[in-house]
Design a protein around this ligand. Structure first.
Ligand SMILES: [Zn+2]
Ligand SMILES: [Zn+2]
Length: 269
């Protein structure tokens, strides 16, 4: 695939999903936002801009580049056992999703990694922009993990691209302040992580924060016992965010960038 087409697929796909979800949550919000858009969107979208620049500058070829290199040199499990290309794409994308799930659980339980990831959780509301609010160091670290997984597994480049475009899209979808119709919600929950499922992951209650880790496929949470059906306080009343960083000044971009390094008494290791 020519690089210009790859960029068009990535940017076009992300812009389309962002616009669709922003429109949906504006016309039919699941609930009223506590803080609203204007204090939050500049910081959240500013972080997105920094993340894009950081990845493009530091790791320009990224995971697709590793996949091309791996297939060229015959590296990785799928290249070694020689499955059909369709099977390799399917297995590659599903296993990458499992890797991201495990990574997410680890980022919650290792104090130093939690310091990076907690910036995502410190948003005082959850909407489409929360889905792109990740600390640049977390983005770079997860890219390194993904590149290692791609090399070890021998995931085809097209599977990496599909997975990354899908992960971006589902992250914006499941952070959106929208609700699926009640009759369809339980069905969709078996196929993809829904907004109401991921909302629980952003609850201020730590037991609820440590549940529903999936981003794409909802099966891992069910399989490993981290699935939670609803928040104790109810969908309308669950408090979003963390017990720390509740001041509105924490939504500014400089504060977001410094949150991992703040000496707030929580353990480092
Ligand atoms: Zn999390
Ligand atoms: Zn989230």
């Amino acid at each position: 695939m020519p690089p210009s087409l790859e960029i068009a697929v990535r940017v076009g796909g992300a812009a389309l999903v962002f616009a669709a979800m922003a429109l949906w949550e504006w016309r039919a919000p699941r609930r009223a936002l506590a803080i609203g858009r204007s204090p939050r969107w500049p910081g959240n979208l500013g972080i997105l801009a920094i993340d894009i620049v950081a990845v493009r500058l530091l790791v320009p070829t990224a995971a697709v580049g590793v996949a091309l290199l791996a297939s060229d040199r015959g590296w990785g499990l799928l290249n070694l056992i020689g499955v059909s290309s369709w099977a390799a794409i399917l297995i590659g994308a599903v296993v990458l999703d499992l890797v991201i799930y495990i990574q997410h659980v680890v980022f919650h339980h290792v104090p130093m990694l939690w310091r990076l990831h907690r910036m995502h959780h410190a948003d005082l509301d959850i909407d489409v922009t929360t889905g792109v609010r990740f600390h640049p160091l977390e983005i770079l670290l997860s890219l390194a993990i993904k590149m290692a997984a791609v090399a070890v597994l021998g995931v085809p480049a097209v599977a990496v691209l599909i997975f990354e475009v899908l992960l971006n899209a589902t992250s914006m979808f499941n952070h959106s302040n929208v609700a699926l119709p009640p009759w369809i919600e339980p069905i969709v929950r078996w196929i993809v992580v829904t907004p109401q499922m991921h909302q629980i992951h952003h609850s201020i209650e730590r037991a609820e924060t440590d549940s529903n880790f999936g981003f794409n496929l909802p099966w891992w949470d069910r399989l490993f016992g981290t699935y939670r059906a609803k928040p104790a306080a109810g969908v309308q009343n669950v408090v979003i965010g963390l017990p720390i960083f509740r001041d509105i000044t924490e939504l500014a971009i400089v504060r977001l960038l410094t949150q991992p390094f703040r000496n707030d008494g929580s353990p480092l290791v």
